[in-house]
Design a protein around this ligand. Structure first.
Ligand code: SF4
Ligand code: SF4
Length: 482
């Protein structure tokens, strides 16, 4: 339930409020453990993935995930994408967007609270800060008192470790764009390309400033996702929420016991502010759902531990829907609807896009041909009266092994097909060899005898066939006689 907005406050309030530094307190519990586990998983994947090897044969890189700009390839385990297949990225973007929407429809800002890089790295930087400077109270105390030798040492150690993590983060990023073990050696010996050092520098600075200093301000002021999410969410989505029906009226433990003994209403909230103290964005969730809440669940852990201490049931703060918050106030039992229209639509779009991408990946051909007719001259009359057309032919071999293909032309009966500078032919049919993962450009000459009657422009089909396995590819063009 949202706190009502006082119009008088809007009229008289300042237009700018300086940032109040936040000192999140450590907490333990279910959601904290989930966050630790996801942090370890995300960071582990990010830092180690470039070193995972994947055997693609002798003529291809052995790095499982690689963006190979010089050779214009993207490798992802068994998938290899060429520049002309960028539409797969469109499919991936659609799936990623729908997955975010689906998460939102089911569990609110799961992405923000657990998986977003800003959350993960900020959490890591907070862990370092806590380890060196102490928990919330100690950090507040140290910030309010002067610089001592010990304090200077702590600050130097904290910023040194932050910079090391930031540098490591930038270093891991560039490893996705070159063979990781080789690039590590080159970086260590100062022989890496200059652009690698530039990117490491940029990412070191951005990580250090975003996770070390800007922290919750990125979520509250810079990121568009909370605004988009506010438009997407509905009353059925699970969000971190304070149960007003149980918590109010707030009072102390002892007073609550006295009130209950007299049969008078007393809330479970003892106004201890533990839920606010652990919050990484400084939000008081008891004021209702708000943009600053990234829904990390840490206030649930904090409040659960308070409830355990005072002997009251847990989940005074918990994941709940707007509908249930209202129903509880009205004394009605909660209801849940995970499979609503939004969840079904998002899941269906993900499934359909995934199925289309899988089908096209599994059935895609590894052989391509493209043909371009000469513009000038369109045709040449030879001395014996026969007519010749010239075409530029590109043969693309997407496999990591050499292949030999037959070139045949349909559309005209018995044309003479020649390929300039070709090394082999069988029964007059040109044989073209193409190296592994290469494109070969050739000049094809099609000649028809003088007696042949043809239209001004006759459609032609150029067909290449792999002599080893029979895979074919075709391209169309025309034979022009005037
Ligand atoms: S931690 Fe629980 S009991 Fe303490 S103020 Fe927050 S909601 Fe109330
Ligand atoms: S209010 Fe609770 S769930 Fe929201 S950001 Fe703060 S600690 Fe996380």
């Amino acid at each position: 339930m949202n706190k009502p907005i006082d119009v008088a406050d809007l009229d008289s309030g300042p237009l700018y409020v300086a940032r109040k530094k936040i000192y999140p307190q450590s907490v333990s519990g279910t959601f904290r453990n989930v966050k630790w586990a996801l942090m370890a998983f995300c960071l582990g994947v990010y830092y180690l993935l470039p070193f995972v090897r994947w055997d693609r044969g002798p003529n291809a890189p052995h790095q499982a995930v690689l963006v190979d700009f010089p050779n214009r390839r993207f490798y992802f385990f068994f998938i290899e994408l060429w520049p002309q297949e960028v539409y797969y990225f469109t499919g991936l973007l659609i799936i990623a967007a729908m997955a975010l929407f689906l998460m939102n429809a089911i569990g609110g800002r799961i992405w923000c609270g657990y998986l977003c890089p800003q959350t993960v790295w900020t959490d890591l930087f907070y862990a370092v800060e806590r380890r060196i400077e102490g928990d919330r109270r100690a950090r507040i105390y140290k910030d309010q008192h002067g610089l001592t030798v010990r304090r200077a040492f702590e600050l130097a150690a904290k910023h040194g470790i932050w910079l090391f993590i930031a540098w490591w983060t930038g270093g891991a990023w560039v490893l996705y764009f070159a063979d990781a073990p080789t690039l590590v050696t080159e970086l260590a010996t100062g022989e890496a390309p200059f652009v690698a050092y530039v990117w490491i520098g940029i990412l070191t600075l951005t990580t250090y400033s975003l996770a070390g200093f800007m922290r919750e301000q990125v979520c509250v002021y810079m990121c568009p996702w909370p605004r988009i999410q506010a438009a997407l969410t509905d009353e059925w989505a699970l969000n971190v929420a304070y149960r007003h029906d149980r918590g109010e009226p707030r009072t102390s433990t002892r007073k609550a016991e006295q009130l209950r003994a007299k049969g008078l209403p007393a809330g479970d909230c003892i106004d201890c502010h533990q839920c606010v103290a652990v919050c990484p964005t400084g939000v008081d969730i008891r004021d209702g759902s708000q943009l600053g809440c990234i829904q990390c669940g840490l206030c649930i852990d904090a409040c659960d531990s308070v409830m355990r201490k005072i002997g009251r049931p847990p989940r005074l703060i918990g994941y709940d829907t707007e509908i249930n918050l209202e129903r509880r106030i009205q004394g009605k039992p909660p209801i849940y609807r995970i499979l609503g229209p939004r969840t079904v639509i998002y899941a269906a779009v993900i499934a359909i896009t995934g199925a289309i991408m899988s089908y096209t990946l599994l059935t895609r051909v590894s052989l391509h041909i493209s043909v371009l007719h000469d513009r000038n001259p369109l045709f040449v009359s030879l001395t014996d009266g026969s007519i010749r057309n010239a075409h530029t032919v590109h043969v693309l071999n997407h496999r990591n092994e050499s292949r030999t293909v037959r070139l045949e032309v349909d559309g005209i009966s018995s044309p003479q097909v020649q390929v300039v500078g070709l090394e082999a032919a069988t029964a007059g049919i040109p044989l073209i060899s193409v190296g592994p993962d290469q494109t070969r450009e050739l000049r094809g000459l099609i000649t028809v005898p003088p007696a042949m009657k043809l239209d001004r422009s006759t459609p032609l089909t150029f067909r290449i066939t792999d002599v080893a396995d029979g895979e074919t590819a075709i391209a169309t063009d025309h034979f022009v006689i005037r």
